[in-house]
Design a protein around this ligand. Structure first.
Ligand code: NAD
Length: 259
């Protein structure tokens, strides 16, 4: 087991990519905190992990609320003794052409992805620095490197996450904390299922064309990346032992982005 006795907190772990990362961490021996606004989903994931013999706890956490993030992270450290791995993964998607994009919605996307990542990092390093050890993992996207129409908010936030992670690689180094970004291509989760009809309507094309041309058109094999693919990368980063691998972004996207 690659993560025996590791303590991990994963935000947005009630669904999709975060949920699979939580399961993969638990299978590798980690104790996992499932932090999400969706408590029904979080409790279900905890039950599944416990039923499989693992250790997990649910934490109600809106990543936009600093006091809530601090209290949630402290509760995990209290229950499991420390924080070794942070996965900042909670996210939403809102798509509009800029001329129709309400500023409130732009701010919400940036606040959840980038503001949430900042707050979670700030809360977690308090527990990591004194122990001279920790792994910060951010869920970026191919959209941390590439742009797509309709996604001013999401692409801005995901590019910002690269900057945040790189600063943390520099600030964290002397404390034994490394920092990396995972950049998935399209993964069929609720976040993406919702976009298919929305983009079809905004772009005036069929749903099939959205999938084949917009989402997978630049991949080498017209295939979706899977939640398991991303969980494998997260386990690799969490288990990596030295600062040799810090300040990086790992793109898993069927060759959509080659950087
Ligand atoms: N699905 C993809 O194709 C894809 C590709 C690249 C990157 N990503 C990124 O992966 C991450 C997870 O996305 P997913 O596809 O699994 O989506 P998802 O919708 O399946 O899961 C997102 C989770 O985040 C939670 N969440 C939303 N707002 C929150 C908040 N304010 N505080 C705490 N939790 C909140 C939701 O309740 C949900 O459980 C996101 O950061 C997303 O941008 C997804």
């Amino acid at each position: 087991m690659q993560l025996q006795d590791n303590v991990a907190i994963v935000t947005g772990a009630s669904s999709g990519i975060g949920k699979e990362i939580a399961h993969a961490f638990a299978r590798e021996g980690a104790k996992v905190a499932i932090a999400d606004i969706n408590m029904q989903g979080a409790n279900d994931v905890v039950s599944e992990i416990e039923a499989a013999g693992g250790a997990a706890m649910a934490v109600e956490m809106n990543v936009m609320d600093e006091a809530v993030v601090n209290a949630g992270v402290d509760a995990v450290a209290e229950r499991f003794g420390r924080i070794d791995t942070m996965v900042s993964n909670a996210g939403i998607q809102i798509v509009h052409p800029i001329e129709d994009f309400p500023y409130e919605q732009f701010k919400k996307v940036v606040d959840i992805h980038l503001g949430g990542a900042f707050l979670l990092t700030k809360a977690c390093v308090k527990h990591m620095y004194p122990r001279k050890s920790g792994s910060l993992i951010y869920m970026g996207s191919v959209h941390s490197h590439e742009a797509s129409a309709l996604k001013t908010a999401y692409v801005s936030a995901k590019h910002g996450i690269l900057g945040l992670s790189r600063v943390m690689a520099k600030e964290g180094a002397k404390h034994g904390v490394r920092s990396n970004v995972i950049c998935p291509g399209f993964v069929k989760t609720p976040l993406v299922e919702k976009q298919i009809p929305e983009q079809a309507e905004s772009l005036g094309i069929s749903e099939q064309e959205v999938v084949e041309k917009i989402m997978l058109g630049e991949t080498v094999d017209t295939e979706f990346t899977t939640v398991q693919d991303i969980a494998d990368v997260a386990v690799f980063l969490a288990a990596f032992k030295t600062n040799a691998l810090t300040g990086q972004s790992i793109v898993a996207s069927h060759g959509w982005y080659m950087g």
